[in-house]
Write a protein that binds this ligand. Structure first.
Ligand code: HEC
Ligand code: HEC
Length: 647
């Protein structure tokens, strides 16, 4: 039910109804709701609803932040003003602020209010606390049925924008559980505010960033209050039907035909266009664009570098041959309904022979012939959690790496918390080991020797270290709020020897830890540096053996200006050298070096996107790759560096 106010503001919620923190939802019939007066919206109320509502109630219990009822009695007025002006700074320097942050774990987002607006919003909070102003409000209408068409639209947005973090069944991973038990407690209005402005722990600001329209946000707020639809299974028979061999192996060139330096090609993901652009890293020319299908996620180079494997979030795998005059799509197949990762076989004697795809849904991995993508085997990874033994119906295969020393792939099994080892030299490509590690494994890569696999358990704020040679967990340790290293970064620190590092979704923080158990056992797998910078929402860091820097992004920052920043850490100084905005729109995301390691490419992720190329030594801009075709560029993968796991 919706009520209109004199001011013409349409309000669909009630502060009194925001029963949270595990409290019961009060429905329309409850006495409290009926008593709510339809007072006109005050300016303070409008500010509260726009800037505070996603995280706070006044008398409705804690949300992300504390219940603000009577906050004017427990804090000085002056303190409140300073807090709202600079919550991040206060949470680091002020004794009360430090305590609050320790208790609520995530920092309050900066809000950019003027002093006058702060006074108005505080007046409003005081008036509601004192009961002199009843919140202008109406009943939350609760979950409503959606038409089939609207449900399908929401399902697609969810799959495209949300499933990656919250899970296909919404059970949570990088983001929390958002099944109806939780979302119906929040109510439509809080959900809309959350979706519009984001949350500091890494929930993007879909509305403020202009990615979802108001109508889409309204739709998604309703959709997440309904039970998630069950996605279909994908057995071998269905996978086989999807297999298309476009150019058989014996009709492909036996030596490189192209005159270009194909080992310095970059495969650039054009995410929303469902395409991959192949760019000549020497000349920066676009060599070709290949249609690979919906929501491309990553590319991997085959062991020899000759082929690019592309995986889309819809589970489709594309095989691109880089040796012809123009790179050519030679095969495709869809092993999963939802996927994030692939990798080829890299052990001696198996180069380019097999390919594995890890599924987010169904709960399985699929092995293909590396030259044709003929599906060879499907294996379920269902199982119990490593710690509580709870049987799970959703175990997603997250990061995959291929060993250079054994015929194995190493898989992060997200929900069960195992690192799985698949032996591709054995018949049936069996999962030969499940190493207990930590729950919600997400992304990771090799240490500098290629013996240890370092993977983030981002909901547990930890990194897990697995000795792949001995197939055992070495240790887990805390790094910060929601680590997200991508494949990570390896370098020699002047003080601590070989290190590896991660950035964080929930915090502006580079955490560096020792990674040389032989040379420096005193600091191995222990945090040696915590380097803070301004802004949450980082996804990737990257370096190269020839580079003095480590590059860091923050594309999920809920301040759009922040999301455009790239930061550079100096290996020799042990400090952030500089942060700057790489463009006027979109978000700066993901770095890749050229083969020589003297150039860095950064994507400006936007409908009208760009790839900015920097001279790595001087950090000066060399060129911008632009054009109508540069639609939502995200990851980019250099053939040589990806084939050789240089990062
Ligand atoms: C994205 C979530 C978020 C938003 C938006 C937000 N806050 Fe907060 N707020 C928090 C969190 C979390 C805390 C707890 C302290 C911390 O960890 O920073 C907090 C703490 C506070 C406190 C201190 C409470 C106490 O008990 O001392 C006040 C006051 C406050 N917020 C006011 C506001 C106002 C006013 C707005 C809107 C202008 C706002 N907040 C917007 C998350 C948020
Ligand atoms: C990059 C990861 C990411 C993506 C993508 C993402 N979220 Fe989130 N989301 C989070 C995180 C992390 C939180 C918790 C943030 C916090 O507590 O500060 C969150 C919180 C939420 C919440 C609040 C949960 C609660 O307990 O109140 C809702 C609702 C939500 N997300 C819905 C969505 C929807 C719908 C989409 C797609 C449009 C989406 N999210 C996309 C990471 C993500």
């Amino acid at each position: 039910m919706v009520q209109r106010f004199a001011a013409g503001v349409m309000l669909t919620f009630s502060l009194a109804l925001v029963a949270c923190g595990g409290g019961d939802v009060q429905d329309e019939g409850s006495g409290e709701a009926a008593e709510v007066a339809s007072a006109p919206a005050t300016p303070g109320q409008a500010i509260f609803e726009r800037s505070c509502f996603a995280c706070h109630t006044i008398g409705g219990g804690d949300l992300v932040g504390p219940d603000l009822k009577d906050v004017h009695q427990r804090r000085e007025h002056d303190w409140l003003v300073r807090w709202i002006q600079d919550p991040l700074g206060m949470a680091q320097t002020d004794p009360i602020g430090i305590e609050l942050l320790a208790q609520y774990k995530v920092p309050m987002a900066p809000n950019f209010l003027t002093e006058e607006e702060i006074e108005l919003v505080l007046e409003y909070i005081t008036a509601v606390s004192d009961g002199t102003l009843t919140t202008a409000a109406v009943e939350d209408e609760g979950p409503v049925e959606l038409s089939e068409e609207r449900f399908a639209e929401a399902q697609e947005i969810y799959f495209n924008r949300c499933a990656g973090c919250h899970g296909t069944l919404r059970a949570g991973a990088t983001g929390p559980n958002i099944q109806p038990e939780i979302t119906t407690q929040r109510g439509t209005a809080v959900l809309k505010a959350t979706l519009t402005h984001g949350l500091p722990g890494g929930m993007p600001a879909w509305g403020d960033a202009g990615i979802l329209t108001d109508a889409q946000i309204d739709l998604m707020a309703r959709y997440v209050q309904l039970p998630p639809p069950a996605p279909p299974a994908r057995p071998m028979s269905v996978i086989r039907e999807s297999w298309r061999l476009i150019v058989p192996a014996n009709r492909r060139p036996s030596a490189p035909v192209t005159q270009r330096n194909w080992q310095n090609y970059f495969g650039l993901v054009l995410r929303d266009a469902g395409q991959v652009a192949i760019i000549d890293g020497d000349t920066k020319e676009r060599v070709t664009i290949i249609n690979t299908g919906f929501a491309v996620h990553i590319l991997r180079a085959s062991s020899s570098g000759r082929y690019f494997y592309v995986v889309g979030r819809d589970g489709k795998v594309s095989l691109i041959d880089l040796w012809p005059e123009t790179p050519t799509l030679v095969a495709e197949v869809q092993g999963c309904a939802d996927a994030r990762s692939v990798d080829g076989s890299k052990y001696e004697g198996y180069e380019d022979r097999y390919l594995i795809e890890g599924c987010y849904w169904p709960t399985q991995y699929v092995v293909f012939d590396g030259l044709t993508l003929e599906p060879l085997h499907v294996q379920s990874v269902e199982g119990a959690t490593f710690d509580t033994g709870e049987e799970l119906s959703e175990v997603r295969v997250a990061a995959i790496v291929a060993s250079h020393f054994d015929p194995i792939w190493v898989l992060g099994l997200k929900e069960s918390g195992h690192v799985g080892i698949v032996d591709y030299s054995k018949p049936g490509f069996p999962l030969v080991s499940r190493i207990p590690a930590e729950r919600f494994l997400h992304d990771g890569g090799w240490d500098h020797t290629g013996r240890y696999f370092l993977i983030a358990a981002n909901m547990r704020d930890k990194m897990a270290v697995v000795d792949v040679q001995e197939q055992r967990l070495v240790t887990t340790f805390e790094t910060g709020i929601r680590p997200h290293p991508g494949r990570g970064a390896n370098w020699e620190d002047p003080e601590y020897g070989w290190v590896n590092a991660t950035v964080h979704i929930g915090q502006g923080l580079l955490t560096v830890y020792g990674a040389d158990p032989v040379g420096r056992p005193d600091v191995a797998w222990r945090v040696v540096r915590r380097v803070e910078f301004t802004g949450t929402g980082s996804l990737f860091l990257k370096t190269h053996p020839n580079s003095p820097w480590v590059w860091m992004d923050m594309p999920l920052n809920n301040d759009p200006e922040g999301a455009r920043q790239a930061c550079v850490y100096s290996k020799s100084e042990g400090a952030v050298e500089r942060c700057w905005s790489i463009g006027p729109r979109g978000a700066a995301v993901h770095f890749e070096y050229n083969r020589a390691g003297d150039e860095v490419w950064v994507s400006l992720w936007d409908k009208q996107g760009e790839v900015v190329v920097y001279d790595d030594k001087t950090l000066t801009e060399k060129t911008r790759i632009t054009g109508d075709w540069v639609v939502t560029p995200t990851g980019k993968f250099n053939v040589y560096n990806t084939a050789h796991d240089i990062y």
